[in-house]
Design a protein around this ligand. Structure first.
Ligand code: HEC
Ligand code: HEC
Length: 193
């Protein structure tokens, strides 16, 4: 009886603590139900769960989940002097901040993740190909090549394929499946894949 009670108490504590922490700070800690949802339903890409990363790398664009590129790509993007000229913008960071970002990003890169889309990206770049754009990964290019330019560049609410979250309504959750796509101003887009 006693053992069973201790086990139950331990389990309750284990389940309750992430929930409580999640209520206090939704940004930082995903709740247990969120985790379970992500794990069981989508298994897409691990959503960004690092506040510093979201702050530093999500101010100009969607904070891309590390699982969307292999380590070698991130190493190029986050090399000591690379951020000074980041796609024509200065995104330079202090050395200690850069180091913290690297420590978050590298262990979550595509080939180190078991999430479905990360596996596809890891396979598509397994030959040593290391584009600095997610939109240059073969798998991602193939998934979007049928979308006409007027729906992307010519679309004021999208402008660039790099703006994942303009069309992928659950991008912040790491979900990119066809069912959650909505191209703004072109609601008639039909998936024929
Ligand atoms: C000062 C603004 C700015 C900041 C800060 C910034 N970026 Fe960018 N980033 C850009 C621009 C501009 C592009 C190009 C977008 C386009 O082509 O539409 C870009 C593109 C990217 C791409 C390629 C997207 C694609 O096309 O697939 C990645 C990956 C990326 N950034 C990662 C990061 C990371 C990681 C950080 C944080 C260290 C960061 N960015 C911070 C401006 C910024
Ligand atoms: C112009 C809107 C738009 C933008 C911007 C966009 N996508 Fe997509 N994406 C789509 C559409 C539409 C599809 C579904 C294509 C189809 O029907 O096969 C898709 C499909 C995908 C798929 C495959 C989903 C599946 O179920 O097979 C992935 C993964 C994906 N996008 C990731 C991204 C990422 C990462 C970015 C940003 C770097 C991005 N997309 C930017 C519209 C967009």
């Amino acid at each position: 009886m006693k053992t069973r009670f201790i086990l139950a108490a331990a389990l309750t504590a284990a389940l309750a603590s992430p929930l409580q922490a999640g209520e206090k700070n939704m940004q930082q800690e995903e709740t247990f139900t969120d985790w379970l949802f992500t794990f069981s339903r989508t298994k897409e890409v691990k959503a960004v769960d690092n506040e510093q990363y979201t702050e530093e790398c999500g101010s100009c664009h969607f904070a891309y989940p590390p699982g969307l590129l292999p380590t070698t790509s991130w190493e190029k993007l986050l090399a000591p002097d690379a951020l000074e000229d980041h796609f024509g913008e200065n995104a330079e960071l202090d050395a200690d901040v850069l180091s913290a970002i690297q420590q978050y990003v590298y262990p979550h890169a595509a080939e180190k993740s078991w999430h479905k889309r990360s596996r596809k990206i890891a396979n598509a770049t397994a030959g040593g190909e290391a584009p600095i754009r997610i939109t240059e990964v073969k798998y991602i290019k193939r998934k979007h090549h049928e979308i006409p330019k007027r729906m992307i560049k010519g679309n004021p609410d999208v402008q660039s394929l790099s703006n994942c979250n303009a069309c992928h309504t659950k991008a912040e959750k790491g979900t990119f499946d066809n069912d959650t796509v909505n191209i703004p101003n072109f609601s008639e887009w039909e998936d024929d894949d």
